[in-house]
Every structure is written in structure tokens, then in C-alpha cells.
Ligand binder design. Structure first.
Ligand code: PFF
Length: 445
């Protein structure tokens, strides 16, 4: 039987912490603030929120439902319900693999910064420090390996003994640390300008690329479109109220993303930096700010530790998607699946890491390996996976089957049934499809 020895969550709270842990990650703390900074602040935040409510919740619930109904990994789940859709699950597993190939590298940078802050922070020119660190050949790889091994270790310990146990500790700790940093940031003299930038939508800044960026970011940040929530949902029992969980997880994820903005934007403005610094915002701008701030080394240390916690609870979910696939489909042991995959992914990590330095001249479609893996996943594979999931539930597996699974034939209330049905069948797929065509350059708006 496929179901045997797969593991299960020990508690509902544990599942929610693990799922929220998957969602809350570098996407919230690193990407969200810099995307908001580059895309007009409040305008981006508003579009992002709308997409979370209409598309994020819809797909979150859909994925959890498919997972719990089949009790299988992403590929196995689609295969079990309809063989013709196996490829959708396969794209998901591939996406997990590709995201990890750059995610571990950034996780490694975070570890480097923790060590740096333990010894007093980043002194001198932060931009040069960061540039010379990521473009060197060996050092980033060592930290990447440490991060990848930590991820592998937790996944190897299993669902309740590894993923759940760690998420239950790291998530609340992360939240407390984040609140500490937010309080520091918003009480800095001059913080108001940052708050205004972040909270006042400037619609003149709203362009199609803002919408494309916001949609990709919703998928990435909520861990959607690659069957991660199918995989996590597959370890749930039938006593879990999915409609409630699918609300709580995006809510927590969005709260953390917004708080990350509150931690960063006021400080950026208070010290006269540029909010549109891009990916360097966390690794260049923030360390410069911490260097100028009273007790900055301590706040910097808190900040990078919380980023590490967020990153690890996400990287374990990415690895679990790939591991569950190998365990279910090839009957590999968890030990073999975890460590073999960690090893193979590390080879891709080498490409991503070196693409910041020695391999920066190797461009595919005009992008280095790191940016390519990011673009293919956030902008193509995840939206495609989400779109296909809506079509699959709406028109193939059937909305009635999904609702029966969600409500357990009436055991759980499902107030948003009508909203969800409309979203799955019509609104979400159309919205994602239009944005997707724009990403591919087929239509321009
Ligand atoms: N949601 C994670 C983040 O915001 O960093 C990244 C991620 C994890 C994406 C798991 C996709 C996934 F399946």
C-alpha cells in the first residue's frame, strides 16, 4: 500500500506551523520588500493583497484538498486522479528541484551574515562586501552546503519528528524576532516617510510589470503551484478542517510579508537609502543601516537569525516535495531520498552560486543560472501549475468531489463554497492565464 509508512502530522497546530513555515520564507523577507520597493511601494502591496485573497486562497485550498484526498506526493496525486494530468505534478516536482537550486544559495548567504553579525556586523562598504562575497568561488558554496545539509537533516528526520518539530519552534521564534525588529524600525526618527511610501498606493507607478511581479510573488510566497501544499496535505487525516487552514496559512504569510516591509522600509527612509535597491536591499542596504543604528549589531543578528528560520522552514518543504515523490513512486527509503536529492541539488547550487562570479558570463535567454532558475519557476512553472490545478479541479476531477473532501460530506462547514467555486472555475484561471500570456510575451498590456 502506498499509504503505509509515509508519516503524518502529529497535531493540527503542527501542520499549520509547517505549512505556514513553508510559505513564510525568503519570499517574504527578502523578495517582498525589494519588489515593493521597486514597484511603487503601496501600489504593489495593494495588488499583492488582492491576488492573495482571490487567487492565493483558492489555490491553497485546492492543493490541500488534492493532497488529503489522495494521500500522495504531487505527481502521484494527479496520476491517481487522472493519468493525463500526471505532467502537472511532474512540473511541480521539477519546480521544487529548481527553486532549491537557488534557494539554498541565498540560505547560505544568510548564514554568512549571521556569522558576520556575531563578529560585529558588516564594516565598511556593504555593497563591496556583498559583491566580493557572492562573486567568490569557494566561500558561498561552503555556506550553501551548510544550509543544504541542515535542510536535509530535518527532512531526513521525517514529517512529525523533523519538519513539524522544527517548524513548531522556529515559526513562533521568527515571529517574536520580527516584531522586535519592526518596533526598532518604526520608532527610528524619520521612519514616517518609509511608512507613507509603503502604505500609500501611488497608482501612477502601477504598470503591467507590477501585476506580473505581484502574481509571481504570490505563488512563490504562498508556496503554490508546485504541489507543495498537495504534499503537506497528504500527511493530514480526515479530521482537519481544510477550509480553515487554507485561510490561516495565507493570512500568516501575508502578515509576515507586511511586517517585513514594516521592518525594512521605515529604516531605509530613516537613514536616507533608496527603497528600490532590488535584491541587494536585504544584503547591502540593511547591513549599512544596522551599522549606523544604535545596538545595530544585535538587531542585525536578530534579523538574520529570523531570516534563517524562515528560509529553513521553506527549504525543507521544497525538499520534501521531491523526497515524497521518490519515496512514493520509487519506494526509496527516506534516507536515500533525502541525501541523494540533497547531493544532486547541490550540483545545481554550484551553478547558481558560481553564476554570481566565475560563471557570470554564461547566459541562457540573457539570464545567468541563478536568475534563470528563479524566472522559470516563479514566472512560468508556478503560475502554470496553479492554472492547471484550477482547470483540473473545476473541470476534470470535479468541484463536487473536491467539496466532498473539504467538508467530509458535511462534517465541516464551508461558508465560502460559492466564492471558492467561482474562483476555481472562472476567475483564478482567467486571471492567471492573462498574466501568464503577458509573461510569455504573447500579449502585452
Ligand atoms: N514560500 C517560500 C518563500 O516565500 O520563501 C518559497 C517556496 C517554498 C516556494 C515552497 C514554493 C514552495 F513550494
Amino acid at each position: 500500500m502506498e499509504q503505509k509508512n509515509r508519516g503524518t502530522w502529529a497535531s493540527s497546530f503542527g501542520f499549520i506551523m509547517a505549512a505556514a513555515g513553508s510559505a513564510v520564507g525568503l519570499g517574504n523577507l527578502w523578495k517582498f520588500p525589494y519588489l515593493a520597493g521597486m514597484n511603487g511601494g503601496g501600489a504593489f502591496v495593494l495588488i499583492y493583497l488582492l491576488i492573495v485573497v482571490f487567487v492565493g486562497y483558492t489555490i491553497m485550498l485546492g492543493e490541500m484538498t488534492i493532497g488529503r484526498a489522495t494521500q500522495l506526493n504531487a505527481l502521484g496525486a494527479y496520476k491517481k486522479l487522472n493519468k493525463k494530468y500526471t505532467w502537472v505534478g511532474a512540473c511541480g516536482v521539477l519546480a521544487g528541484f529548481l527553486i532549491l537550486s537557488f534557494y539554498n544559495v541565498v540560505g547560505g548567504w544568510v548564514i554568512k551574515y549571521i556569522i558576520q553579525f556575531l563578529f560585529g556586523g558588516v564594516k565598511g562598504n556593504a555593497s563591496e562586501f556583498f559583491g566580493s562575497f557572492i562573486s567568490s568561488a569557494a566561500e558561498p558554496l561552503i555556506w550553501t552546503l551548510v544550509f543544504a545539509a541542515f535542510t536535509g537533516y530535518i527532512v531526513w528526520r521525517g514529517i512529525s519528528g523533523g519538519i513539524e518539530k522544527f517548524s513548531k519552534v522556529m515559526m513562533p521564534a521568527l515571529f517574536v524576532l520580527l516584531v522586535v525588529v519592526v518596533i526598532r524600525s518604526v520608532t527610528l526618527p524619520g521612519a514616517g516617510a518609509g511608512l507613507a511610501f509603503y502604505l500609500t498606493p501611488d497608482f501612477s507607478k502601477l504598470t503591467p510589470s507590477t501585476i506580473v511581479a505581484a502574481l509571481g510573488q504570490v505563488f512563490f510566497s504562498l508556496s503554490l503551484g508546485m504541489g507543495c501544499m498537495i504534499t503537506y496535505g497528504s500527511y493530514l487525516n480526515k479530521d482537519e478542517n481544510l477550509a480553515k487552514d487554507a485561510f490561516i496559512v495565507p493570512f500568516m504569510d501575508t502578515a509576515v510579508a507586511l511586517l517585513a516591509g514594516f521592518a525594512i522600509m521605515p529604516a531605509v527612509f530613516a537613514f536616507g537609502y533608496e527603497p528600490g535597491a532590488g535584491p541587494g536591499l536585504m544584503f547591502i542596504t540593511l547591513p549599512s543601516i544596522f551599522a549606523e543604528m544604535p545596538l545595530g549589531t544585535i538587531f542585525g543578528l536578530c534579523f538574520f537569525i529570523l531570516v534563517l528560520f524562515a528560509a529553513v522552514t521553506s527549504s525543507i518543504s521544497l525538499l520534501e516535495v521531491c523526497a515524497a515523490y521518490c519515496i512514493d513512486e520509487f519506494k526509496w527509503s527516506r534516507t536515500k531520498a533525502t541525501w541523494l536529492l540533497t547531493g544532486i541539488i547541490f550540483i545545481l547550487n554550484i551553478l547558481s552560486s558560481l553564476s554570481m562570479g566565475p560563471l557570470s558570463h554564461v547566459l541562457i535567454f540573457g539570464k545567468n543560472f541563478f536568475d534563470l532558475f528563479d524566472f522559470i519557476t516563479s514566472n512560468i512553472l508556478l503560475p502554470l501549475g496553479g492554472l492547471m490545478m484550477c482547470i483540473f479541479i473545476g473541470y476534470v476531477w470535479g468541484i463536487d468531489n473536491a467539496i466532498a473532501e473539504i467538508t467530509q460530506n458535511g462534517k465541516f462547514p464551508f461558508k465560502s463554497r460559492g466564492f471558492w467555486t467561482l474562483m476555481v472555475k472562472v476567475i483564478a484561471p482567467i486571471a492567471v492565464f492573462i498574466v501568464f500570456l503577458n509573461t510569455l510575451g504573447i500579449i502585452k498590456f
